[in-house]
Design a protein around this ligand. Structure first.
Ligand SMILES: O=P(O)(O)O[C@@H]1C[C@H](O)[C@@H](CO)O1
Ligand SMILES: Nc1nc2[nH]cnc2c(=O)[nH]1
Length: 306
C-alpha cells in the first residue's frame, strides 16, 4: 500500500537485506527500551526519518525503530519499537497503531508487546511479569477503537474477533522460556489487562471497580496495538511488568470520625494516602529490564524458524 512505500524505500537504503523482512516484532514499554539490546547487529532508525511516525513524548520511551537478530545460528530477524505512542499524548489511534501495520507489511508474524502496569491484586506484587491472557478495554467498548472507520484496506476484515487475541502457543512459550531460564515460579503470573486512556492514574474507587470487573493489571497502552496486530493477522504475546500497586484501601477513611475524635479531645494520626509516580514506574522498569530482556530473547529463540 502507498502509506508504506516511502518507509520501505528508506529502510531498503539503510538496512542490510537480512534485516529487511523481520519475522518478529517487539514493542518496548515504559522504561523497557533496553529490551532491544538482546539483538545483535542492531541498526537503529529514528522515527523522525520515517513517514507516518509521530514522536514519543513520554520519559522512558525513545523514538526509534531497531532492527537486529536474536537467537543462535542465522538468528531470527526482529524489529523493535523503542518507544510507543499513547492516545493520551494527543495522538490519534491511526498514528498509535501505524508502526504495527508497518511491521505487518514488512513481514512480522509474531509480536511481543510489553508495558509497565499497575497491579490490581496484592497477590501480583511489584516486579511480577504478567502474561496477558485477555483484556477489558473500556475505551474500546465506548467508542475509542483503532478500527473505527472504513477497513484499513479491501483485504482487511470489517469485524475482528478478539476472543482469541492472546496467542496460546506464545503464552505457552513464555512459561516454557521462564522455566528454561530458571526463573522462580512467582516471577511470572497470568492475568487480564485493563486498558484506560490515562494520563491520570486510578482513584481508589476506580481501582476497586476494575478489580471487581475482573482486571488483574491496569495500564494506558497496548490494547490499540493488540487490536491492530489482530487486524493484521499477527500472533500476539503481551507481557506486563508490574511497576506499582494500584492504591485500593479497603474503605474511605471517615473524616467525620476524625473530626468527632478531635472534638472529644482524642487525636488520630493517619498516614497520607500513597500515590503513584512515573518515576517509580521507570525505576522498576530499570530494575527488571534484564529479566524481561532474557525472557523475550528466550521466547524468540524458541519460536519455530520459518
Ligand atoms: O507505555 P506503557 O504502557 O509501558 O507505559 C505506562 C502507561 C503510561 O504510559 C505510563 C504511566 O507511568 O507507564
Ligand atoms: N493506568 C495505569 N497505568 C499504569 N502504568 C504503570 N502503572 C500504572 C497504573 O497504576 N495505572
Amino acid at each position: 500500500m502507498d502509506v508504506f512505500k516511502s518507509n520501505v524505500d528508506v529502510l531498503s537504503k539503510l538496512l542490510p537485506p537480512h534485516l529487511l523482512a523481520p519475522r518478529v516484532g517487539i514493542v518496548c514499554g515504559s522504561g523497557l527500551s533496553t529490551l532491544a539490546t538482546c539483538m545483535r547487529g542492531i541498526v537503529e532508525i529514528p522515527y523522525n526519518d520515517l513517514e507516518g511516525f509521530v514522536h514519543s513524548t513520554v520519559p522512558g520511551h525513545k523514538s526509534s525503530l531497531a532492527f537486529g537478530l536474536i537467537g543462535e545460528g542465522e538468528g531470527v530477524p526482529v524489529v523493535a519499537m523503542l518507544g510507543r505512542f499513547h492516545p493520551y499524548e494527543g495522538h490519534v489511534l491511526s498514528s498509535v497503531v501505524y508502526p504495527i501495520r508497518l511491521m505487518a507489511h514488512l513481514g512480522v508474524k509474531d509480536i511481543i508487546i510489553t508495558n509497565a502496569a499497575g497491579s490490581l491484586r496484592p497477590s501480583i506484587p511489584v516486579g511480577t511479569i504478567v502474561v496477558i491472557q485477555d483484556h477489558i478495554a473500556l475505551p474500546l467498548l465506548t467508542g475509542l477503537n483503532p478500527l473505527l472507520g472504513p477497513p484499513f484496506s479491501p483485504k482487511h476484515a470489517r469485524f475482528v474477533p478478539l476472543s482469541d487475541a492472546y496467542s496460546r502457543p506464545l503464552r505457552l512459550a513464555a512459561f516454557r522460556a521462564a522455566h528454561a531460564l530458571g526463573l522462580e515460579r512467582d516471577a511470572l503470573a497470568e492475568g487480564t489487562y485493563t486498558w484506560v486512556s490515562g494520563p491520570t492514574y486510578e482513584t481508589p474507587a476506580e481501582g476497586r471497580f476494575l478489580r471487581n470487573a475482573g482486571g488483574d493489571v491496569v495500564g494506558m497502552s497496548t490494547v490499540p496495538e493488540v487490536v491492530a496486530a489482530r487486524d493484521e493477522g499477527m500472533n500476539v504475546l503481551v507481557l506486563s511488568l508490574v511497576t506499582n500497586l494500584v492504591v485500593i484501601p479497603d474503605g474511605y477513611r471517615s473524616v467525620r470520625e476524625e473530626v468527632e475524635a478531635e472534638i472529644a479531645g482524642q487525636s488520630i494520626v493517619r498516614a497520607p494516602t500513597p500515590t503513584v509516580s512515573h518515576e517509580e514506574v521507570l525505576s522498576v522498569g530499570k530494575q527488571k529490564a534484564d529479566v524481561m530482556k532474557s525472557l523475550v530473547a528466550e521466547i524468540i529463540g524458541r519460536l519455530p524458524r520459518a
